[in-house]
Design a binder for this molecule. Structure first.
Ligand SMILES: *Cc1c(COP(=O)(O)O)cnc(C)c1O
Length: 243
């Protein structure tokens, strides 16, 4: 089967899952964006996905995105979904329309500084470590509420919403309280700002139904669309440059 055919089959299955979750929770499928996580997959895979109508793609690493994005169809729009080191903020601002992984005030300030230099207005989501996992990046919920007004004062950033990654589990129901808490935190943040925060980026291949039932507006799906991720062979020179 060709790349496009097998991708079309998987895309269909993912769209059916999204539609079923929307039907169960009285939501409209057009209110849930499917973001295709293309990390570790080549530009040809992105091109096949664009051919099938997907337009929003997620990458975890600036370095990989820098090599791949120029080879992809210009119609593709790019979200950064992985942790960003401040020394890569300049490239991140140049490459990505949306940065979903803003996880500290200092990173927000760094992004704002580069956005001013490049005359850009990046959309940002604030990443929250809802479950307080030591292995994960993201704002502590209390700290986010304390610092939110200051983030909002950065002139170049457009804060669109919140993002989280639920703790890994084979039981998607375990993620439900995490997703619910992100939604409640979004409501409080929106009150603090006195403005709507429409985006909730939550849900991946294993737990997208639960995320949609809890209000997700963008699900980040890799494996269910593209199959298992091939391991990237990286040039040796990048070994000293972890992201
Ligand atoms: C890799 C990744 C995903 C996609 O995960 P799958 O389980 O393959 O769907 C989603 N979000 C983030 C932040 C990721 O790093």
């Amino acid at each position: 089967m060709s790349l496009v055919d097998s991708l079309a089959e998987r895309l269909n299955a993912v769209q059916e899952r999204i539609q079923a979750a929307c039907a169960r929770s009285g939501r409209r499928p057009e209110d849930v964006t499917l973001l295709a996580v293309s990390k570790n997959h080549p530009a040809e895979t992105v091109a096949a996905a664009v051919e099938l109508g997907l337009t929003v793609f997620g990458e975890s690493k600036v370095q990989e995105a820098r090599a791949k994005i120029p080879l992809c169809p210009a119609r593709a729009r790019w979200h950064l979904i992985g942790h960003l080191q401040s020394n890569k903020a300049r490239d991140a601002v140049a490459l990505f329309e949306t940065i979903e992984s803003i996880d500290s005030l200092s990173l927000a300030q760094e992004i704002d500084r580069h956005a001013a230099k490049q005359a850009r207005n990046p959309k940002v989501y604030l990443e929250v470590n809802v479950a307080g996992e030591s292995s994960k990046f993201g704002w502590n919920p209390d700290r986010l509420q304390a610092e939110l007004a200051e983030v909002n004062r950065l002139p170049r950033l457009e804060i669109h919403g919140l993002m989280t990654i639920a703790p890994y589990s084979t039981d998607p129901e375990k993620a439900r309280p995490v997703f619910r808490r992100l939604r409640e935190l979004r409501d409080r943040c929106s009150e603090i700002l006195g403005a709507p925060l429409p985006v909730l980026s939550m849900g991946m291949s294993g737990d997208l139904e639960v995320a949609i039932e809890e209000g997700s507006t963008i699900v980040r799906v890799g494996t269910a669309l593209f199959g298992p991720r091939p391991r990237l062979t990286r040039p040796a020179s990048s070994d000293s440059d972890p992201e």
